[in-house]
Ligand binder design. Structure first.
Ligand SMILES: Cc1cc2nc3c(=O)[nH]c(=O)nc-3n(C[C@H](O)[C@H](O)[C@H](O)COP(=O)(O)OP(=O)(O)OC[C@H]3O[C@@H](n4cnc5c(N)ncnc54)[C@H](O)[C@@H]3O)c2cc1C
Length: 294
């Protein structure tokens, strides 16, 4: 199918984009990489009066590190994140996660901001950025605000972005980069959205005791889930098989997946248990060089 008719604007500054957003209100739709929006328009699930193409906003295309934050502009292509040495050094979890997004062609066009705002609950960027305790910088003509990703995702395909606002940047704290990280996902074919995905970052002391841990799960609720209870039991402990089994059990208890065409509820719960454990175990091995003991 083809999209309904729309007007098209390509601003070259954020101020121009804000002007268009306030002029068109709900009838103006931002387009970045177009990798999610264009299929939606083609299927006529959305028929905005105008498209505001933000590909001319070069000021939103950057990756740099400053004042203890890794800052990534919203228009940065996913492929740039994948190839960035700075991201590999400061945030290896992201470097590991991004190649799972679709195919190279998708990542060449798809942007960091577009993936976050599209807010698919299995998408790799939302899941990893939540594990990394990232924040979204959101701007409008009148206001600039920063929202932790724990509050940013509201429900399926819905975020805290309000009419007239633009996501301009994501920020990840990198003052101390956890030594352990792991991104794991299960999909039917490479390039498909995950059925279930898990991301973990953790740090240990010299004895292998876990000092900090964040674990997130995707595909098991309408938004990416921060599995705080499951990660909480790791703190102060060395990893054992018993502890790992408990992490999986609690992680699966704290999610509420729905069955669909691709997987039953029970299968998703099983995958949540398995992939939570796998993400924690690999992160622990990377942090300590040890598998843990039984
Ligand atoms: C074949 C295929 C396979 C894919 N597989 C995966 C996958 O496995 N995992 C995955 O995560 N994704 C996958 N995707 C989606 C891909 O990651 C998209 O790039 C992403 O979902 C949207 O990014 P985009 O830049 O293309 O945004 P667009 O499609 O341009 O926009 C998406 C939404 O975000 C809004 N938006 C965009 N930028 C901003 C901004 N800066 N501020 C406010 N609102 C904004 C738009 O208005 C729209 O509502 C796939 C896509 C395709 C076509």
């Amino acid at each position: 199918m083809k999209p309904a008719l729309f007007d098209y604007f390509r601003p070259t500054t954020v101020e121009e984009a804000f002007q268009l957003l306030s002029e068109y209100g709900d009838e103006g739709k931002l387009i970045a990489g177009g990798q999610s929006l264009v299929p939606i328009l083609n299927m006529r699930l959305s028929a905005p009066e105008c498209l505001i193409d933000i590909n001319g906003l070069k000021e939103l295309d950057y990756i740099h590190c400053e004042d203890g934050w890794l800052r990534i502009g919203a228009l940065t292509r996913q492929r740039e994140v994948e190839r960035s040495g700075l991201v590999r050094e400061k945030s290896p979890l992201l470097s590991e996660a991004v190649p799972f997004i679709g195919h190279m062609q998708t990542r060449n066009r798809g942007t960091v901001g577009g993936s976050l705002v599209h807010a698919d609950p299995t998408a790799e960027l939302p899941l990893s950025l939540l594990a990394l305790n990232g924040s979204a910088v959101i701007e409008s003509a009148d206001e600039k605000r920063e929202v932790g990703l724990g509050e940013f995702f509201v429900t399926y395909l819905t975020t805290d972005i309000r009419p007239g606002e633009l996501l301009t940047e994501v920020k990840i704290p990198v003052d101390s980069v956890p030594k352990g990280y792991s991104f794991q996902e299960f999909s039917r074919r490479h390039g498909d959205f995950a059925l279930v995905a898990a991301a973990c970052v953790l740090d240990t002391d010299n004895e292998g005791r876990i000092l900090t841990a964040r674990l997130t799960l995707g595909g098991v609720d309408p938004i990416p889930v921060l599995a705080e209870d499951a990660a909480g039991i790791l703190i102060g402990e060395k990893l054992t098989d018993t502890l790992l089994a408990e992490v999986g059990r609690i992680a699966a208890m704290n999610v509420d997946p729905e069955g669909d065409l691709h997987a039953t509820r029970e299968y998703r719960l099983h995958l949540a248990r398995v992939f939570a454990k796998r993400a924690v175990q690999i992160a622990y091995i990377r942090a300590t060089g040890k598998e843990g003991t039984s």
